[in-house]
Design a protein around this ligand. Structure first.
Ligand code: MN
Length: 246
């Protein structure tokens, strides 16, 4: 048996190939693994648990079906940070705080979305602090649904424009300082996160302590990927629409 980790699917109405891949992957894994962890940005944006769009109803029904057989854990990302209790009821998922410590196969794994580690991006960290404030969230969720959709669409446009301009600039990656501080705080667990769209396995060493930082792949087009944790440790696998049963 095994635990699977995915993140950064960025599912939206505009990405039907991706949500088909997500649904078929859930079907393939249902009852076959110990648990599935989704470490943030499952959705391109989340405007509130009351969003009743047809696309979301399909996604949440697929998750509900999966979670009847296999534990499903979801962490909020920087896009879907408004996921709440209503989402849990509709999807059957359990929300995890960021970071979350997982013990498995005699090893400790620290799970995080990863955006909090991008400490060079001070403008984003300011927005992050503001948007995690319960009063800010309550005010946002009190706006009409259509208005929240319009705000999200505008935020996506600005984010796309910034990406076109800067590309994958260093500012959007984690900083060594933040990673080492987090490893120290939790006494050097193996770190697993997403967010940066830079899938890799990095090694760290300090004094007599060593650890690894695994970065999850983002999903795009009709491609995805996941990390599998079993008694042999962690291994990265690709997912391609129609070929996900490896
Ligand atoms: Mn992210």
């Amino acid at each position: 048996m095994s635990h699977h980790f995915i993140s950064d699917l960025h599912l939206s109405e505009d990405s039907p190939a991706l949500w088909q891949l997500f649904v078929s992957t859930l079907q393939a894994w249902q009852g076959q693994i110990d648990s599935l962890f989704i470490l943030g940005d499952l959705f391109e944006y989340w405007v509130g648990d009351d969003d009743d769009s047809a696309f979301l109803q399909d996604m949440l029904a697929a998750m509900q079906q999966f979670s009847r057989h296999t534990p499903l854990y979801v962490m909020r990302g920087n896009r879907d940070f408004l996921l709440g209790e209503g989402f849990c009821q509709r999807s059957g998922a359990l929300l995890l705080e960021d970071p979350h410590l997982l013990e498995a196969y005699g090893q400790r794994y620290l799970l995080s979305h990863g955006d909090a580690l991008c400490t060079d991006d001070t403008a984003y960290q300011q927005f992050r602090a503001m948007s995690r404030n319960p009063a800010w969230q309550a005010a946002m969720l009190a706006r009409p649904l259509a208005e929240r959709h319009a705000i999200a669409a505008q935020a996506r446009m600005q984010s796309e424009a910034a990406k076109q301009q800067q590309g994958l600039s260093a500012i959007t990656d984690v900083t060594e300082l933040a990673v080492l501080a987090l490893l120290d705080q939790y006494d050097w667990p193996v770190l697993i996160h997403g967010h940066t769209h830079r899938p890799a396995c990095h090694s760290y060493q300090q004094d007599n302590k060593t650890s690894q930082r695994w970065v999850l792949t983002d999903w795009y087009g009709n491609h995805g990927g996941y990390l599998r944790l079993d008694e042999n440790g962690l291994q990265a696998h690709a997912l391609i629409a129609g070929h996900q049963h490896d």
